[in-house]
Design a protein around this ligand. Structure first.
Ligand code: FE2
Length: 495
């Protein structure tokens, strides 16, 4: 293994000098480029567990040519002050993508997952072998079924050696299944969003990751803008560069540890599908919105077909809804009216039907964009903006009429934390906030008529459910990037 670890000093130096306006390949020591060991392939991007229900889960891995990300690779600097803006089709990358900092080139091979309830895996079952190839970007997913509710599962993603030989490489992880639908809810989950790469705040990954992991959540929702194809260099003007953004981000040591420690649900937004406020039909250089949709589904531990909006039950007291905000949207510039939509007809009907049918004590929508806001005046991409007033009013009024006491919205997208209550309908919304302090900005300011809490800093949201005798309590905590509670609000209901 020949990668050079990225020290804190190198990270700070690179972050602050990344305005030079030129590729810095010439400064790199020749030994910093990755080289495959004799053994392999490897799993430098680790594993992910997702779409967990009380009896099923999906485990994800990607086979790589190198055991560790290319820590010593080329860093593409951001635009220097005064440097003319390039067109979206232009790239500053003049070296093969494998030579970029954080690259994890894929490798073909076979991989299987062993999983069981014992940490030593003595009770493990084994899946069929899956084949990783260039066609699927060397990504394999495994559908696990027949699991026990409310149970911790341990697993190992392993590349089997030649007949009878021990696995060539193995990567371990664990996750918890949801409680059975009738079981009381005593659990915690976290919600995060909007993670830049150069402004992540620590060379090993955003401080929110160890902070969230320390809370031992049952699951975490990664709520969009998980990479920034258009505003973090190198701009993803090709499919290969887009895939590189995921390799670089999700091979960071803190993200590897986080994703192996519990399960996650993934939602996409504009920057991790294509570009700012993007929708169907858009492109950036050679890279298209449709390719972005496909890549997100490959990167997320989720099904590769069917709707990307979905709902999960976590015991008697919690049901969560995850909505899709990019695939079915009208153009932002279209005049507002009954036909202008972000969710699309099918998703809206599904949402109303399933929320109405649910008998969960608490109903929580995790949305990649806000429903309540407030947002800045000049914005036009979400239900809190003037351009989507019609659908926003429709949804908020429907929630007031059909789920007035036990429904909450948690949103991604906005780069500040808030708890707001919509004045006309009483809909509560919690904005998780950006993944680092360095990424925070953009608020329209504190509005005492709407905000119960407002803070232009990074962090995440932790939600805890507790059974207390004959009632269930739900606690929302805004936490800063280190995990310190900066705001808390709770509600209780008889059960
Ligand atoms: Fe964002």
């Amino acid at each position: 293994m020949t990668s050079t670890p990225l020290t804190r000093r190198m990270f700070v130096a690179r972050s602050s000098s990344a305005v030079a306006g030129a590729v810095v390949a010439a400064n790199l020591p020749s030994h910093s480029l990755p080289a495959a060991d004799a053994a392999g392939p490897f799993q430098a991007m680790g594993t992910r567990a997702g779409e967990v229900t009380d009896t099923t889960a999906i485990v994800w891995t990607r086979l790589t040519a190198v055991p560790v990300r290319n820590n010593g690779g080329v860093v593409i600097p951001k635009r220097a002050r005064g440097e003319p803006k390039r067109g979206n089709a232009e790239s500053k990358v003049t070296v093969p993508v494998e030579q970029l900092e954080g690259a994890c080139p894929g490798a073909p091979g076979r991989v299987q997952v062993r999983y069981g309830t014992r940490a030593d895996l003595t009770d493990a079952k084994v899946t069929e072998c899956a084949v990783a190839s260039a066609e699927n970007d060397f990504i394999c997913t495994f559908q696990l079924s027949g699991l026990q509710p409310g149970t911790v599962y341990h697993y190992v993603s392993e590349i089997p050696g030649p007949a009878g030989a021990p696995p060539a490489t193995a990567f371990r992880g664990k996750f918890a299944t949801a409680p059975a639908p009738a079981a009381p809810g005593n659990l915690r989950f976290c919600v995060m969003t909007c993670q830049g790469y150069p402004d992540r705040g620590h060379p090993d990954g955003h401080p929110i990751y160890p902070a969230m992991q320390a809370l031992q959540p049952q699951f975490t929702c990664l709520t969009g803008d998980l990479v920034y194809y258009d505003s973090n260099e190198p701009v993803a003007v090709t499919e290969r560069l887009a895939r590189y953004h995921w390799e670089r981000m999700f091979s960071l040591p803190r993200l590897l540890e986080f994703n192996r420690s519990h399960s996650t649900y993934w939602l996409k937004d504009d920057h991790d599908t294509l570009s700012n406020d993007s929708g169907p039909g858009a492109s950036m250089g050679e890279f298209t919105f449709a390719q972005g949709q496909k890549i997100f589904r490959q990167q997320a531990p989720m099904n590769h077909d069917g709707p990307t909006y979905r709902s999960f039950r976590w015991g008697r007291d919690l049901q969560v809804w995850f909505t899709e905000g990019r695939d079915s949207r009208s153009r932002n510039k279209s005049p507002d009216g009954p036909n202008k939509t972000i969710w699309g007809t099918e998703q809206k009907a599904w949402f109303k039907r399933t929320v109405k049918e649910s008998d969960a004590t608490w109903k929580v929508l995790v949305s990649p964009t806000p429903l309540v806001g407030p947002d800045r005046k000049n914005k036009r991409d979400n239900h809190a903006n003037e351009g989507f007033t019609h659908e926003g009013d429709e949804l908020r009024a429907w929630l007031k009429a059909n789920a007035p006491d036990n429904f909450f919205v948690i949103c991604g997208d906005r780069h500040w934390q808030y708890h707001s209550v919509h004045p006309a309908t009483g809909v509560h919304e919690f904005s998780a906030g950006p993944a680092s302090d360095e990424h925070a900005s953009g608020s329209p300011g504190y509005d005492p008529k709407i905000h119960k809490f407002h803070r232009v800093r990074g962090g995440f949201l932790a939600v805890t459910l507790r059974r207390e005798a004959a009632q269930s309590r739900i606690l929302f905590e805004h936490r800063d990037v280190m995990g310190k509670v900066v705001y808390a609000w709770n509600a209780a209901r008889a059960v």
